[in-house]
Design a protein around this ligand. Sequence first.
Ligand code: HEC
Ligand code: HEC
Length: 459
Amino acid sequence: MKTILAVVVLFVCLYSLFPGLPANTGSDLVAKGEDIFFNETFGGNGRTCVTCHRPEDNWRITPAFIATLPDDDPLFAHEFMPEFRENFEKADLLREWGLILMNPDGFDDLENDFVMRTVNSLRSVRTSIEGMPHEGMENQLDFMEPLTGWAGDGAPGDGSLRSFAIGAIIQHMPRTLAREPGVDFRLPTDEELDALEAFMLTLGRQEELSLPLPLKGDLALRGQDLFIDRDNKNGRCNVCHINAGASSLQASVLPQGRIVNLGSIVHATGEEFAPGKPTELIPLDDGYKDTHQFNTPPVVEAADAGPLFHSGFVKSVEEAVDIYNLDTFRESEVGIALTRRFGTETDLSASEVLAIGAFLRVINALDNIRETTELLETSLEKGILENERARELIRRAAYETEDAIIVLDGVNLHPLAVGRLRRAEELIHSAREATFSRSGHVRDALVELQRAREILIES
Ligand code: HEC
Ligand code: HEC
């Protein structure tokens, strides 16, 4: 009897050490994908996917983050590998603007045929890569290909999320500009592609929001009304960014699925617009298959993702909203189509711009809180033998909380929520350093996060 009891006790103890077991195959595939994403160089120049898609920087990379990297980071391969001195990256544009060189139309004329784009955040790819069917418009979306990247031209073949990895390896990771498969890099196996896809699909938001949300602040509520713009009289943001996501109704409003390059709308000189002095000439981006059309990106994640737009020339969400006030937007193909369809031009007052900005900041902060909460809760499920994993999750939770603080505090929105978030951040840092009391700190942080959330939205 004693032996049986001892065996049961041992089993229970062991189970509490490995509560995640037995592992299912789905999570194995994700773990494998994560490992490839972080470590696999595919026999290339030393870059990996995480070189440009950093968890600390919202799974993309911004100039502020780039400034913290050592000179021998593989991101700067073109600065220390002689074969990349020309036509691989533009050193100044990468350091100052976070712009990466791409040749979506092929590698035949490297000198002249390239575009410069910011790195897409991989948060919420699950919801942003395909037009989600909305009531009454299912058929209109049937014709659409997957909407990957800024313009849908970054992935070879079927343009899918799975294929995007192949394009990324050939574009960013070769040993030389000859880009010969098997020599300059190796192509991923089908299994590796499945794993990468499975991993990327787990990042960030898994569902679209359903607007309107029961927000608590007057300014954000007003911004939400303006964003949804029920009568389509002015902002009409929801026409393109339905539910602040990436899928859109534009197919029924506008002649084509993708919309005209807003980057080029604001200048029309044949060069990409950038305030201040761009250090090198940035050629005009021809978007999807030379049409100058770009995918509608999700905006739930925009407030802490800046520099915004494919060319990174917009610094804040307020500045982004103001783009739609410019004559260059109103007079563009897409601006004219909106006016023709709804009868009025977009004309947002300064206070309306601020209100929409506040709305975008609040939904971003709420998403940061959701993400932090999920990361912390998952960390609590990890047993002693998964200590490192738990620490990594807590580390990522700290970045998310920090982002929520920055987006709200940047314009003095919801100071009480910011106070709660700062307290949560301190507790998360204590949890990272703690050896024994980790879960206690994590639980306390979860309480603070919940309180912050309750200040922003009705539960
Ligand atoms: C040198 C920097 C760099 C590296 C390395 C890199 N990427 Fe990217 N990634 C970018 C840029 C720039 C974009 C935007 C490209 C575009 O839209 O045309 C992007 C966009 C993406 C997108 C589109 C996301 C969306 O929202 O639709 C996916 C998916 C992606 N990358 C996956 C990967 C994978 C997988 C790897 C590793 C095999 C990788 N990337 C390596 C710079 C990089
Ligand atoms: C006609 C469709 C359309 C309408 C209407 C529209 N947008 Fe956009 N929006 C886009 C497209 C397409 C892009 C990306 C363009 C690019 O990079 O050149 C974009 C980009 C953005 C971005 C930057 C996202 C990022 O990750 O860089 C923000 C923020 C934004 N829009 C907010 C708004 C707001 C607020 C409104 C309403 C005032 C609005 N948009 C109306 C299509 C639209």
